[in-house]
Design a protein around this ligand. Structure first.
Ligand SMILES: Nc1ncnc2c1ncn2[C@@H]1O[C@H](COP(=O)(O)OP(=O)(O)OP(=O)(O)O)[C@@H](O)[C@H]1O
Ligand SMILES: [Mg+2]
Length: 304
């Protein structure tokens, strides 16, 4: 069995003069859940469209399941499952028919297609809605059907572009639990997301990209320790005196509007001292998380 399911080396995608993916190199290992994170327009969708052989790379090399994408696109497509950023079920067909028709693209015989479709709808807790049309379903239900459909050819690699964007917390957790099951069954998963809880919960390893370029790669807990520390202290008022206090002590901090943030390995002592010195400032300490890493590395300003 191959141990690398996706290997991208110096991958590039350009649209005219725009460089959407710029010299990106990374590997996805068999059986892992790998995340691509980045702000809007960072190049996530452009990257995975090349991986599922929808759009050809403008440069670099790309191997998927041990095959070169430029020569074996058909064979690769047969062995992967894809959930695009947009939900694209056929609105005229029932849920079950959507899956069965999709199965026919892979030349799966009708009886087998029906069996697999029912089995997958059950896995996604959608068996009760097999006869519904997409318009009758909620966003979360549609997403689960799209994931079920992506599994119809028993793929070796599942690719998900923002699987839970727009879903409420219940639907999100429901989908995460199902992705956990798939992962534990050995499926390799590649996903993009803006949701840092999702990345921390699902991804074994991830990369953050910005403006098409690799910013950082690693395991979520390691990234937090390396780039922020264990704790974050947030102070929400008395900004100028608090910042002067921190400067005097050479403590690096970030100013975010009227919040002052300090990331450090052990924040207890400093938090105590700030509270002592500024008794009526709101000073709280919490565990640092992936969102802190993301914001620190990709900047806090809003992009177009
Ligand atoms: N078909 C296209 N033609 C021209 N430009 C494109 C095309 N597809 C994407 N782009 C541009 O490439 C850049 C990267 O877009 P991409 O969709 O890959 O970003 P993304 O990281 O998926 O963003 P989002 O989080 O908003 O989905 C953007 O500047 C986008 O406008
Ligand atoms: Mg996208």
């Amino acid at each position: 069995m191959i141990d690398i399911v996706v290997e991208a080396k110096n991958l590039r995608k350009t649209f005219g003069g725009l460089v959407a993916v710029d010299d990106l190199s990374f590997s996805v290992m068999t059986g892992e859940c790998f995340g691509i994170l980045g702000p809007n327009g960072a190049g996530k969708t452009s990257t995975i469209k090349m991986i599922y052989a929808f759009s050809p790379p403008s440069g670099g090399t790309l191997n998927v399941l041990g095959m070169d994408i430029s020569r074996h696109a058909r064979a690769i497509k047969a062995k992967i499952g894809v959930c695009q950023q947009e939900n694209n079920l056929d609105p005229d067909l029932t849920v079950l028919k959507n899956l069965e028709v999709f199965a026919s693209y892979f030349n799966i015989p009708a009886a087998e297609a029906k069996r697999r479709s029912r089995e997958l709808l059950e896995l996604m807790a959608m068996e009760g809605r097999a006869a519904s049309k997409p318009v009758e379903l909620s966003g979360g239900m549609i997403r689960r059907v799209v994931v079920a459909r992506a599994l119809i050819n028993r793929p070796e690699l599942l690719i998900l572009d923002e699987p839970t964007t727009g879903l409420d917390p219940q639907s999100r957790h429901q989908l995460w639990e199902r992705l956990d099951v798939l992962k534990h069954n050995g499926l390799s998963i590649l996903l993009t997301t803006h949701n840092m809880d999702e990345a921390a919960r699902l991804c074994d390893r991830l990369i953050i990209v910005d403006r098409g370029r690799l910013v950082v790669e690693g395991r979520p807990p390691e990234l937090v320790r390396r780039h922020v520390g264990r704790h974050i202290i947030e102070i929400t008022d008395h900004n100028e005196p608090v910042r002067a206090f921190l400067r005097e002590r050479n403590v690096p901090f970030e100013s975010v509007g009227h919040r002052t943030l300090v990331g450090l390995e052990n924040g207890e002592e400093l938090c105590g001292r700030i509270k002592e010195r500024f008794p009526d400032a709101a000073c709280t300490m919490r565990m640092a998380n992936l969102e802190d890493v993301f914001l620190r590395l990709t900047g806090r300003e809003l992009r177009e």
